[in-house]
Design a binder for this molecule. Structure first.
Ligand SMILES: *Cc1c(COP(=O)(O)O)cnc(C)c1O
Length: 395
């Protein structure tokens, strides 16, 4: 029988752009696929599965509790909702109407990005602080911790912080002032792995809730992510995410995840319900996470570097091309600089339009730079990429 992709008329591409959502995320390891296959063949209580996964996430991150989301962005929805409602089921039922609730979320202006739709979707108002002036020519400063304090009111429910190596102000300063005023800090750490040490870092720097993508470097299903942090926040997140179509008397949530005795009643399906996570995603992500922490950063780097070196060797010397190894964050990449630089867009397009279709990272394309990320490549893809480049460039 034809594969489902053949049936649907969908091309299988060579993805040298890395595990981006637009190109369907990472390719998964056999063990991860096996776990998803196993999960697909049985039924479980999904809350019990979440509690078990949460235990593993807590161990790996050093957080009090953990939860599997449908991605880092979903984690932002759930964490924000948890900070706004606390354990109040009435408030959970009313979201995204936040009238009468603490409905302001502070964010350094320099951290604003398209993913903060997830935060705003909860019905909160973003309060931007600081002016990261890179425009006038005079700007050297970014947001400072005192400005966050200055923006706090009795309506402040959380601070959202997007982790980056260059993010300002430093997270420990933000968590220190936040906690002094009783405000939780949510960290978007979607793409901050590796190093694996970052699994623990943001929690240890005081973050109350941290979101990671499961489908990026962890190598889990593309529709999966991790939320970890304070137990009460994870609990409030779970209550707004799990399917609660159950009579209260017959509802036995795992105590480690939800303390039923602390609730006056159960909320209905919550604002996180559209971010549903399947058992296959949870099972796959847990295996991927275990494999991710079992491999050292050095071994991972050298595996990726070797792949790129193989690609560089296969490409060889091409006229008008300069090939060099570089790194994007902690991930080795191969840069191919074309001259004249105007060729960048043309070659990137021709790579995509070939058979097989090859996608590279194009952030430098207008400077003539195509970038190869090793994470979704396998040995057998090296030759087709090199052959195609030779055809396109030696013309
Ligand atoms: C990728 C990314 C997200 C979204 O992650 P998903 O797991 O795809 O939902 C959010 N924030 C940042 C900074 C990201 O890089």
């Amino acid at each position: 029988m034809a594969s489902i992709f053949e049936q649907l008329g969908v091309r299988i591409i060579i993805n040298a752009a890395g595990p981006v959502t637009r190109l369907s995320g990472a390719r998964m390891d056999e063990d991860v696929i096996d776990a998803m296959r196993e999960a697909a063949q049985v039924c479980v209580d999904i809350a019990e599965l979440q509690a078990g996964a949460g235990q593993l996430i807590a161990e790996v991150t050093g957080a009090e509790a953990g939860y599997v989301t449908s991605g880092a962005a979903a984690g932002l929805v759930l964490a924000t909702a948890a900070c706004v409602t606390g354990m109040d089921p009435g408030k959970m039922n009313r979201l995204p109407d936040t009238s009468g609730m603490k409905n302001e979320v502070i964010m350094p202006r320099s951290h604003r990005n398209f993913y903060d739709h997830a935060v705003r979707s909860v019905g909160v108002t973003l309060i931007e602080v600081g002016i990261p002036d890179r425009f006038s020519g005079a700007g050297v400063r970014d947001t400072e911790a005192w400005e966050i304090v200055d923006a706090m009111t009795d309506q402040t429910s959380a601070i959202v912080y997007v982790a980056q190596s260059f993010a300002q102000p430093p997270l420990p300063q933000v968590t220190a002032v936040a906690h002094k005023h009783g405000v939780p800090v949510i960290v978007d750490a979607a793409g901050q792995l590796p190093p694996a040490a970052n699994l623990k870092r943001f929690v240890s720097e005081g973050a109350d809730a941290v979101c990671f993508s499961g489908g990026k470097t962890i190598g889990g299903p593309q529709g999966a992510g991790i939320l970890c942090g304070r137990r009460d926040l994870i609990s409030a997140a779970a209550l707004q995410h799990l399917d609660l179509d159950v009579y209260y008397d017959l509802w036995d949530p795992p105590p480690a995840l939800i303390d039923k005795s602390a609730l006056p009643g159960a909320p209905q399906h919550g604002i996180g319900r559209p971010c549903k996570v399947g058992k296959e995603q949870i099972a796959g992500l847990m295996v991927a996470l275990q494999k991710f922490v079992a491999e050292s950063d050095e071994a991972r780097q050298s595996r990726w570097s070797q792949c790129l070196q193989g690609l560089a060797d296969a490409i060889g010397d091409l006229p008008g091309c300069d090939i060099s190894m570089d790194a994007y964050r902690t991930i080795p990449i191969l840069r191919l600089a074309l001259s004249p630089a105007e060729r960048g867009v043309e070659v990137a397009r021709q790579l995509m339009e070939g058979d097989p279709s090859i996608h590279v990272s194009t952030s430098g394309v207008y400077d003539g730079v195509l970038t190869f990320n090793p994470m979704c490549l396998s040995e057998d893809m090296i030759k087709p990429i090199a052959d195609r480049l030779k055809v396109l460039i030696i013309r």
